[in-house]
Design a protein. Structure first.
Ligand code: ATP
Ligand code: MG
Length: 564
């Protein structure tokens, strides 16, 4: 591509809303343009990166016998009502009506559509398994779209779906996809890790599911890694143990004055005890039922675990609700409440703790959880970095960007949407299903988070928009002709080349080249070339420079690219 004829604009100013480096660089290097909050246009350079990612994905999925389809972006509400997700997806889904007042929504994911396709075409186990995927646009009205295309509202997803007559076949596909994902992210040059995950709104809480996380400081996810057990879990799912907790037992029950000390930390400090010897009381409302959640004073609630336990939506009780229940904020306890109390499993039910006394400015000493009759013990705490694994091994926290997620869905959708096939005994059964997502546009940002420096992007060679940046300083027609010939020879050798023939200043041109971050840059400066007959190759990643002549340039470039 000759830059003199191309649309490619770099930008000096970092946009004010660009908090993370990938967002800043994608805007500055002319890859994306913001259209609205969380909605971006992909400019020509980005389209090339996306194409390369899509090609890698297609090759690896076709290798596991997946076939590409393309489903509608607008989906009828009737399908979502059938599966029950018209309501449960909540405000994440952008809904609209057509001129006949029918409900529609923009695809947030496509389980409903694919299940409908299968329903209309498949009748027998003999037609299974089926393995289909697509790469297309999704829309999720995220509460906080941020970090550019990392968490957009409109984004590109690869979604794959498989259908099976039995569990064994479903598990085989799951492991095929697992391996294909490992190949895809390895080919993209990413450092990633597969972690045990939560099913979220897509699957049941106990379904087998893994996320593929790209390791990055700006990742929104926390990964709990137990190297000794070859195990990694998303913190949403992670169960860990606290280290060496010492509780006291048989303390006398008495109310203690704790004036203006509403937090566990303050109370513990005042009474000179460990914060873990106090209990935190949290009241929540789920479908108009109240629950009190109890945690050790220095633990915090894992909201995903609570959702999974309740199997329905919940929210924190409002101040008015607390008042109506006779509870005093900052001084609450589970004594005498007439709803269920959920004790976190890190709590020793026989130990004695300090809890709120249910009266202003007082806490109660000597509270023993065992006395609460209407209670349950559930794992509800959020893992902490200083914890150990359930088996007692050290753990480590890492930050990740979720770029892929695979699920064994079982019959969740085929059952709710009433899809059946005949099995080999002629009996009607709900086929089993797997689904497999990749955040295609998010991957572009994730790759940059992992690979950049203060001057710009450093693209992994397999997804770089072009292979070579050919920068020239040429005044005379003779040198311009040499440059044009080199450009042609590079193209003929099968290299994708950005030919910077804009005739701009040396400094600005090389800044643009670094910002764009192609794997190698070739520089032909007229003065040096006339003296030596050589051009300079520079490797973006290492800064290494290598001299070449127009005659051996292609061979050298290929050698360098091969090794990168
Ligand atoms: P997250 O936890 O990041 O919100 P999710 O678990 O809701 O993601 P999935 O339903 O598993 O996402 O979707 C499959 C893939 O699509 C994710 O692994 C992620 O890479 C990508 N993805 C999801 N939401 C977004 C978004 N808002 N912007 C860009 N990519 C996204
Ligand atoms: Mg996910």
């Amino acid at each position: 591509m000759r830059l003199s004829k191309a649309y490619w604009q770099t930008i000096k100013e970092v946009p004010a809303d660009a908090e993370v480096v990938s967002h800043q660089l994608l805007i500055r290097a002319g890859f994306i343009s913001k259209t609205a909050a969380g909605i971006y246009s992909y400019l020509p350079m980005a389209v090339r990166v996306l194409q390369k990612i899509k090609t890698i994905i297609r090759e690896e999925l076709e290798a596991i016998d997946a076939q590409e389809v393309s489903m509608g972006f607008v989906t009828p509400g009737s399908l979502w009502k059938k599966s029950g997700r018209w309501e449960t997806m909540g405000p994440l889904m952008l809904k609209c009506k057509d001129r006949k007042d029918n409900d529609y929504c923009l695809s947030a994911t496509n389980e409903e559509t694919i299940t409908d396709i299968i329903d209309k075409t498949i009748t027998s186990y003999k037609q299974l398994p089926i393995n289909l995927f697509q790469v297309n646009t999704k829309f999720r009205d995220e509460i906080r779209p941020r970090f550019g295309i990392m968490r957009g509202r409109e984004f590109l997803m690869k979604d794959g779906y498989t259908f099976h007559v039995d569990k064994e076949c479903m598990s085989k596909s799951y492991s095929d996809y697992y391996k294909a994902y490992e190949n895809i992210f390895t080919r993209m040059g990413l450092e990633f890790i597969a972690v045990e995950a939560d099913g979220g709104a897509i699957a049941d809480a106990d379904a087998q599911t893994h996320e593929f996380q790209v390791i990055a400081d700006n990742g929104e996810d926390i990964i709990v890694e137990v190297s000794a057990e070859n195990l990694a879990m998303n913190i949403e799912k992670a169960q860990t143990k606290r280290l060496d907790l010492k509780f006291s037992y048989d303390d006398k029950i008495e109310d203690v004055l704790t004036e203006n000390l509403p937090t566990c930390e303050e109370v513990a400090k005042f009474l000179t005890i460990g914060v873990h010897q106090t209990l935190k009381s949290i009241v929540i409302n789920s479908d108009n039922n109240f629950y009190m959640v109890m945690l050790l004073g220095d633990d915090s609630l894992n909201e995903v675990k609570l959702s999974n336990h309740l199997k329905q939506e919940w929210r924190f009780a409002s101040d008015t609700e607390l008042l109506s229940l006779g509870l005093v904020k900052g001084y609450m306890g589970p004594q005498n409440v007439d709803f269920q109390v959920l004790f976190d499993s890190a709590i020793d039910m026989k130990a004695s703790y300090i809890v709120g006394a249910n009266k202003e400015n007082y806490h109660q000493k000597g509270f023993v959880p065992l006395i609460i009759e209407n209670s349950k013990t559930v794992d509800l705490r959020l893992a902490k970095e200083e914890d150990i694994s359930v088996n007692g091994n050290p753990i480590k926290f890492r930050k990740g960007i979720e770029v892929g997620h695979i699920f064994e869905l079982g019959d969740k959708y085929t059952k709710s949407m009433n899809v059946t096939v005949l099995d080999n005994n002629g009996k009607k059964v709900n086929p089993l299903m797997g689904c497999y997502g990749i955040g295609v546009s998010r991957l572009v940002a994730a790759a940059i988070e992992q690979s950049h420096d203060e001057n710009g992007i450093i693209w992994p060679k397999t997804i770089a928009p072009y292979d070579v940046y050919f920068a020239i300083i040429a005044k005379s027609d003779e040198t311009k002709k040499v440059c044009d010939d080199i450009y042609k020879s590079l193209q003929e050798a099968g290299l994708d080349v950005v030919y910077d023939d804009r005739g701009m200043g040396f400094g600005a041109m090389l800044k643009d080249a670094d910002l764009l971050g192609l794997p190698v840059r070739v520089l032909l400066g007229e003065r040096d070339f006339n003296k030596t007959g050589e051009v300079e190759i520079k490797v973006r990643k290492t800064g290494e420079t290598i001299a070449a002549t127009p005659q051996n340039l292609c061979v050298k470039l290929k050698e360098i690219l091969e090794k990168l």
